[in-house]
Design a protein. Structure first.
Lengths: 349, 547, 230
């Protein structure tokens, strides 16, 4: 699949075709205008070339009609770019509900992934074809950017907040994964692959993982370990807000503001608990900054999210779903002799 | 403007005429001068040095990228190279180039003044520029800085192990040079215009510099204070952007781009002014739609302050903020388009001469059009997500800054060289160099658009193999471009000694600056001129022509 | 459009005549005064944007961490802050009196009022130094030794980072101002300023008032925000 001299990137996600269509429209308009200007200049330059040194052309008055025309027409064309571009941007920023969740941590200079049911990978991400995948991303140090050209998606990964992105691969294969935001010495080494697999292969690959627990259940362990449940509980002894059903809902704060309980809010509430005090509660929660790693925070976030699932499965395991259209039920068959590229254990840099 | 009926100035005069170059001699007469023309030459010398330093970094970058593996230099070194290339080119060449050299020299002459409003402040600006430059060069010599010219936090404040603070101080200091130059221009244009020179009789070069000065005065202090915050964060642990304290790295980006996007217009607006002068002179025609071109400069300066967020579409600002910045970015494209259309229309029924400055103006219009149109790709939200932070961006802004700003600068230097030096440059060589630069430029940067859409991220020391062919093309183009830039350096120096003496008005232009001998006397005009008509008024006047 | 031989050409370059203070690039003293004072206004616009970046950063964090900022602001010394505010307001008055004295030709009074302004500026800086040393003592200077009780320590560190940057930058402007006034005093003692020519005094007056106004904004934003809570 690797060409030696490609001129156009592979197209491997549902969004790629939309982005390319708009790109071709932009190219068409650009070529048209560039030719228009270039031909006009060349034509005028030849037709009105100076024939004698004493030649003196008559002055030409400006034309209001022309000025209006060449302001308004480009503006209208630009507006068409805007609306088309914005609609794609909305699609890029609105993940489907049934997406597969993967948590991503960027650090100098590697990508660490953990799948919903616990599989860990480094610099290599396995995903099934034909199924939306939603990435929940955090950075341990500086700003990184998760970029898969074949999917036409990119998102900065920032320290101190959680960013999300999604894609749905449309063909199997290995696709480049780049860090697109300059992050230091080995920035150009912070690259990897996204391996898009047939859903059956993917399930087999997932099942091949050795004994990792799911994101949410790891989060629930952390929740107990740090004694969060002594305050965040549903009964009358609660001194902190009840977290069940919280995720994605609006939260009224003490100072009258309302925020949505998204990933960044939950993360912030753990490391910077006093930044936003929920109405009716005292600012008594200690900070956990430095006590829980970014991966731990993502696990806790996954746990809090799992408390809001319609049918809360204790472990938060995403029920195995075959790819839409594939029509094949999940069968935990024997593990194919697929090579695991990274050991599940975290590698230190 | 024209008329030009001052008998003694119309033909080359006998040697012992006193002008600004020979009125006084010695190092001191230059280092302590308050003559705007001499200060312009001080700037010319300094920005030329910085241009070739920045060019050397570019050459090393392109050589490294000849092969996919990072084999010529270490990644630390590579990161410092692109950082210092950006810093030197942007802060020490592009921003001061046209304003501080050509603007300094010609704004007073175009408005019929003897000098800028504050000559001592003007000299001070140059010294500030040099001190800032020395700080930066010190950092370069002692090991450099590797944050990228954008100084994004928290990398710059916490993680980088290079000379961030020294470089930041250098840029901070140089910022004041910019501010003071802008201030000087604004006050000069407001208070020192010759009798009869109303706002709508001003040459478009002055209009575009007025717009540029507004950006310098309003934008530069914001980036100065932002860089200062980065500096104190590194130096004294004052954590304003530190995410560990709950600080916001995105806030830094907002503050940084609030200046640094308008800074692009600091680089390109003066070039647009130069092109307006050149196109009219070498078409021997009044500009088409004078007021539209003039107001387009102001519109670009004003709208330019409202679009900074388009650098951050994937950084995590809200979707709605992205939409607002996207639509504003489209709006700022309109006045640029209006200018391009008006320049083209100016040639209609003109008398077009293919002198070197005009070739550069053609180059500017073509390349700026491509640069501007690809800017629309980046303002388009859905496409920007894919191409931002790739070589598409690199290609786009080099089309604006090199294809636009430097083409205009080169055109301006050639156009006014007879006035500045009193000598004619060799036309044949100059046309050849212009052609070499145009070809070299396109070969360098056009493949980068393709690379960018393919997905090659910028600031990569090593890259996957399938990107190599396009990178080799780009490097080949860069070497042609480098030669193209060396040629003018050589023949312009040569012409200072061996060139033919220039008459007062070699192009038959109507500009006021051609109304006085070449090189001009220290006081610019023997008698304060009185302006009686529109600029670029060719048709009613008898125009003097010199081969 | 230019007619260089026009008989109406008002001023030839050699004929400056008039005031010895007129620099060669200007035609008239009025033009020179207009340029100087306009130049200072433009410079002050620049200064507003310079401080504007910091005010913006302050506003963003104040919004995000309102509790912590209110808490941290209670650690500033409101007595010294109020005293300093009063000192600066009086110094604006003495500065205005110095400009007035220059405009009305009272040469001695110019020097007296300028010296008074400088003295008040020095008092302000002295008090500021005392405040800074208290902060050092209380471990409220951001960095490794920063210590702030309670769970708001980190945002409080941002507050103090902004406090030191903003007041420090303001203090630098005060020092520059005192330097400018020193130069004015030296010239004023020689009797250089007359009702016809005293642009430097006017222009430095504008600068001094600007620096005072910056403080008038800094004081409530930094010292008073937490007062209404508790």
């Amino acid at each position: 699949m690797k060409e030696t001299f490609p001129l156009f990137p592979q197209r491997a996600s549902t969004l790629a075709g939309q982005v390319d269509a708009l790109y071709f429209y932009l190219i068409a308009v650009s070529v048209l205008f560039t030719l228009l200007i270039a031909i006009a200049i060349i034509y005028f330059a030849i037709k009105y070339r100076r024939r004698s040194e004493s030649e003196l052309p008559r002055g030409v008055e400006g034309s209001l009609t022309l000025e209006i025309a060449w302001s308004v027409i480009p503006l209208l064309i630009a507006l068409s770019f805007f609306f088309w571009g914005a609609s794609i941007f909305f699609a890029i920023n609105r993940p489907p509900n049934d997406a597969l969740e993967v948590s991503v941590v960027g650090k100098q200079w590697m990508w660490k992934f953990q799948h919903a049911d616990g599989q860990r990978e480094i610099n290599e991400l396995h995903v099934p074809v034909g199924r939306p995948v939603r990435l929940t991303m955090a950075s341990e140090d500086t700003i990184h950017s998760f970029y898969v050209p074949a999917f036409r998606v990119k998102r900065d990964v920032l320290p101190g907040r959680i960013s999300t992105m999604w894609f749905e691969a449309t063909r199997t294969g290995r696709f480049h994964l780049f860090c697109a935001e300059y992050c230091g010495t080995k920035h150009s080494g912070m690259i990897g692959w996204v391996e898009v697999m047939d859903p059956v292969d993917f399930q087999a690959w997932l099942a091949g993982g050795s004994g990792s627990e799911s994101l949410a259940s790891a989060g629930s362990k952390l929740f107990a370990q740090h004694a969060c449940n002594t305050c965040h509980r549903s009964d009358s002894l609660a001194r902190g807000p009840n977290l069940e059903g919280l995720f994605g809902k609006p939260v009224a704060l003490q100072d009258g503001r309302t925020v949505t309980a998204d990933e960044t809010y939950i993360r912030e509430s753990i490391v910077m608990p006093n930044a936003k005090i929920v109405a009716g509660f005292q600012p008594i929660m200690p900070t956990f900054q430095g006590l829980i790693s970014e991966e731990g925070l993502l696990q806790l976030v996954a746990y809090v999210k799992s408390l809001s699932k319609a049918a809360p499965s204790p472990g938060g395991v995403v029920p195995p779903v075959a790819a839409p259209g594939a029509g094949q039920p999940f069968t935990p068959g024997p593990q194919p002799p697929r090579e695991r590229t990274q050991p599940p254990a975290e590698r230190n840099r | 403007m024209s008329a030009v009926t001052v008998p003694p100035t119309t033909e080359p005069v006998a040697p012992p005429r006193v002008h600004y170059l020979n009125s006084r001699y010695g190092l001191k007469s230059w280092l302590l001068t308050r003559d705007h023309k001499r200060i312009a030459l001080l700037y010319l010398a300094s920005v030329t040095v910085f241009f070739f330093i920045g060019g050397l970094f570019a050459l090393l970058i392109r050589l490294e990228l000849l092969t996919p593996a990072g084999d010529l230099v270490q990644s630390e070194t590579y990161n410092k190279l692109f950082t210092m290339h950006g810093i030197v080119m942007i802060f020490f060449f592009l921003i001061p180039s046209i304003p501080a050299v050509l603007g300094n020299f010609f704004i007073p002459m175009m408005i019929g003044a003897r000098d800028l409003a504050f000559p001592r402040l003007n000299l001070l600006s140059w010294y500030i520029f040099v001190v800032g430059g020395l700080f930066t060069l010190w950092a370069v010599v002692h090991g450099g800085v590797d944050t990228g010219w954008t100084f994004y936090t928290p990398y710059s404040t916490t993680y980088s192990n290079s000379y961030v603070v020294v470089t930041a101080i250098g840029i901070f200091i140089t910022g004041f040079s910019s501010i003071l130059t802008g201030l000087n221009f604004i006050v000069t244009v407001h208070t020192m215009r010759a009798p009869g020179l109303t706002w709508f009789r001003l040459p478009l070069f002055v209009w575009s510099h007025y717009a540029t000065s507004l950006i310098m005065v309003l934008g530069t202090p914001v980036v100065a204070v932002t860089i200062l915050m980065v500096g104190v964060e590194r130096l004294f642990h004052l954590g304003i952007f530190d995410p560990k304290l709950g600080g916001d790295p995105i806030l830094f980006q907002h503050l940084f781009w609030f200046y640094s996007h308008p800074a692009v217009y600091i680089m390109v607006l003066p070039s647009m002014g130069v092109v307006s002068e050149i196109v009219t002179t070498f078409s021997r025609k009044n500009i088409f739609g004078y007021k539209f071109v003039a107001f387009a400069s102001i519109a670009i300066a004003v709208l330019g302050f409202l679009v900074w967020g388009h650098h951050m579409f994937v950084s995590g600002q809200s979707v709605y903020a992205g939409m607002i910045f996207s639509i504003l970015s489209f709006l700022v494209a309109i006045p640029s388009a209006v200018k391009v259309f008006n320049w083209t229309a100016t040639m209609y029924k003109g008398s077009i001469s293919y002198r070197t400055p005009m070739l550069y103006a053609f180059g500017f219009i073509g390349l700026f059009t491509i640069g501007g149109l690809t800017g629309l790709f980046l303002a388009t939200l859905g496409v920007d997500v894919h191409v931002t932070d790739t070589y598409f961006i690199v290609a786009h802004f080099h089309y604006i800054m090199v294809g636009g700003a430097i083409m205009g600068y080169m055109g301006g230097i050639h156009y006014w060289w007879p006035k500045i030096s009193g000598k004619l440059y060799p036309e044949g060589w100059a046309r050849f160099a212009a052609l070499v630069i145009f070809v070299g430029f396109n070969l360098t940067f056009f493949p980068q658009f393709v690379l960018g859409y393919l997905g090659m991220p910028r600031r990569y020391h090593a890259y996957p193999e399938e990107f190599q062919v396009l990178n080799v093309m780009s490097t080949a183009g860069a070497s042609i471009l480098g030669i193209g830039y060396l040629l003018p350096l050589i023949y312009l120096f040569w012409s200072m000694r061996y060139g033919k003496a220039a008459p007062a008005n070699p192009w038959g232009s109507t500009g006021l600056e051609w109304d006085t001998p070449s090189p001009p006397p220290t006081e610019n005009f023997a008698v304060t001129p009185v302006v009686r008509g529109e600029p670029y008024h060719y048709s009613h006047e008898e125009v003097e022509i010199v081969g | 459009m230019a007619d260089a031989t026009a008989p109406a050409a008002p001023v030839t370059t050699s004929a400056h005549g008039g005031s010895p203070e007129l620099q060669h690039q200007f035609d008239t003293v009025d033009q020179q005064r207009e340029a100087s004072s306009f130049g200072m206004w433009v410079f002050l616009v620049t200064e507003i944007l310079f401080f504007g970046g910091l005010f913006l950063a302050y506003t963003v964090y104040r919004h995000t961490y309102s509790q912590a900022f209110a808490e941290a602001s209670r650690h500033l010394d409101i007595t010294l802050g109020t005293f300093n505010t009063a000192v600066l307001i009086v110094s604006s008055l003495t500065m205005a009196l110095a400009v007035f004295s220059a405009a009305t030709g009272r040469r001695k009074a110019i020097v007296v009022f300028l010296l008074a302004t400088m003295a008040l500026g020095a008092v302000f800086l002295g008090v500021k130094a005392v405040e800074y040393s208290h902060k050092f003592h209380d471990h409220l200077v951001p960095g490794p030794s920063f210590h702030f009780p309670g769970p708001d320590a980190r945002p409080a560190e941002i507050f103090f980072s902004l406090y030191f940057t903003m007041t420090g930058l303001h203090a630098v402007h005060m020092v520059v101002g005192i330097g400018l006034l020193t130069a004015l005093v030296l010239q004023a003692r020689k009797g250089r300023y007359t009702p016809e020519y005293h642009t430097p005094v006017e222009v430095c007056g504008l600068y001094w008032h600007f620096v005072d106004i910056v403080w008038i904004f800094l004081f409530p934003l930094l010292y008073l925000i937490g007062r209404h809570i508790h």
